[in-house]
Design a protein around this ligand. Structure first.
Ligand code: FES
Ligand SMILES: [Fe+2]
Length: 343
């Protein structure tokens, strides 16, 4: 028996988890995805709204996206015998029956969906608790102002608890990311944990360089104004799996602001989908140089990749030996545990 509920098999954190970016789901499109060791179907109905239900039809078990999916207005029809389900999971039509069996009405599970800031999240809770609206909207988000998310997503062998600990792990900066930490503070809230940090880049440090990078990380960081500035920023986990990071950089050549969203969504007990996503916007009237808008997100993804390299190979220490220079690892663990206890 583990001392943390989040280490128990088959348990996943209660809260919002990102499943797709908005632009990955066209109007009228149906897709399938597999998270929380469970199969789901997602579609965008006529109204433009996205809906998510369990994948398998309560009639005879067909996968609702088997033939690519059949949209009926805002509802979806099963490809096998044509039963029609709303996003709530309610069966609203059986084309060849006089009556819908009462049991069929609520047999399919529909999942709460939140589409915000250009991503689509579902509320996961084993006890079907009411969703809490804690994910902040990004100010004037929209492709016109910010450009759309540039993201990199990969599936790796890792545990969500390893990923989230990064937010308090002050001691890994110089070794993994090549930076000297000048200021570092964590603040804990009910649904949030924030890291306020100021890090001075140190290219000489023995940092990790993810393989397969199309550029030299140190060079890339120093290319283009703004990247040579010290990194400062505010990173906040909103709930158990979605981290927002805001940063601004001003220089005579390029002044810009950017949001990074890093998220992890558990696939099963041993794998997660990890994603690093970036949007940016000029702080002046001048548009950002095209080259820079390509390079900057690539550097952000590479920084995330530095952590990924560690996570995918590590084991989890339930009782770690910590020293006085470590961040508040155990405090973070107790905070994180709340997403696994009954609501
Ligand atoms: S299996 Fe879905 S309608 Fe029969
Ligand atoms: Fe890190």
């Amino acid at each position: 028996m583990s001392k943390y509920a989040y280490l128990e098999a088959g348990r996943y954190a209660r809260g919002w988890h990102i499943v797709l970016f908005s632009r990955e789901l066209e109007p009228g499109e149906v897709k399938r995805f597999h998270y929380f060791d469970r199969e789901f179907v997602i579609w965008r109905g006529e109204s433009g709204e996205a809906f998510v239900v369990d994948a398998y039809c309560p009639h005879l078990g067909a996968h609702l996206a088997s033939d690519g999916g059949r949209i009926r207005g805002n509802a979806i029809a099963c490809p096998f015998h044509g039963w029609v389900f709303e996003g709530s999971g309610e069966c609203i039509e059986i084309p060849y029956a006089k009556q819908i069996p009462p049991r069929a009405r609520q047999a399919l599970k529909g999942w709460p969906v939140l589409e915000r800031n250009g991503f689509i999240a579902i509320w996961y809770c084993p006890e079907d608790s009411e969703p809490v609206d804690y994910l902040p909207a990004i100010d004037d988000w929209g492709p016109g102002k910010w450009g759309d998310w540039q993201f990199q997503r990969s599936r790796i062998r890792a545990q969500p608890c390893d990923v989230i600990e990064n937010i308090v792990d002050i001691a890994h900066f110089p070794h993994v990311h090549g930076g000297n930490v000048h200021a570092f503070e964590n603040r804990f809230g009910d649904f949030t944990v924030t890291q306020i940090s100021r890090v001075k880049r140190d290219p000489q440090a023995g940092m990790i360089t993810p393989p397969g990078l199309p550029f030299d990380l140190v060079d890339a960081r120093n290319q283009g104004a703004g990247m040579e500035a010290d990194a400062w920023g505010d990173a906040t986990y909103h709930g158990p799996s979605i981290m927002y990071y805001y940063t601004e950089s001003r220089s005579p050549d390029i002044s810009f602001k950017s949001w990074w969203v890093n998220y992890h969504t558990p696939v099963n007990d041993s794998e997660v989908d990890l994603c690093s996503a970036v949007i940016m916007s000029s702080l002046t009237d001048a548009a950002l140089p095209e080259e820079f808008t390509q390079l900057y997100p690539a550097v952000a993804h590479a920084a995330f990749g530095q952590d990924v390299l560690i996570w995918q190979d590590k084991v989890y220490r339930e009782d770690p030996i910590l020293c006085d220079g470590d961040g508040p690892i155990n405090k973070l663990r107790r905070w994180y545990e709340r997403f696994y206890l009954p609501a």
